[in-house]
Design a protein. Structure first.
Length: 128
């Protein structure tokens, strides 16, 4: 597997995960289960499903899966999707790249970090 193929897999899994977890289109029909509100959880399942679909041949993704599709191989593909979806989901929001800035100190003298920009207006209380 080349670096380009690996990057294609990662971006593909993140894209599908972000649509399922945070898209505005699915906001009203998204089930209330934690799985559908967590980039890491959904990324795991999207990762192994994309790898399985590519391995079986249902979809030609142009990715050469060098890991065998045994249970450990499926867990590894899911873990790759989970970790990268968590990292990319933390770095990017619908409003762009998240920037953290220090706003004030707490009673111990440590800075309290506040995420900027804030969540979109449609973000409901369940996500906080």
């Amino acid at each position: 597997m080349t670096t380009t193929q690996l990057l294609t897999f990662i971006l593909m899994v993140y894209g599908v995960t972000h649509i399922l977890v945070a898209s505005r289109i699915l906001h009203r029909i998204r089930p209330p289960f934690f799985l559908f509100h967590c980039h890491q959880c959904m990324g795991f399942h999207v990762g192994w499903l994309v790898a399985l679909c590519s391995h079986v041949g249902w979809v030609d993704l142009g990715i050469d899966l060098s890991w065998p599709m045994t249970v450990p191989g499926v867990v590894l593909w899911g873990s790759l999707g989970s970790g990268t979806s968590l990292i990319l989901g933390t770095l990017f929001t619908d409003l762009g790249i998240q920037v953290w800035h220090q706003t004030e100190r707490n009673t111990q003298g440590h800075y309290i970090n506040e995420k900027f920009p804030r969540k979109p207006s449609y973000w409901n209380k369940k996500h906080k």
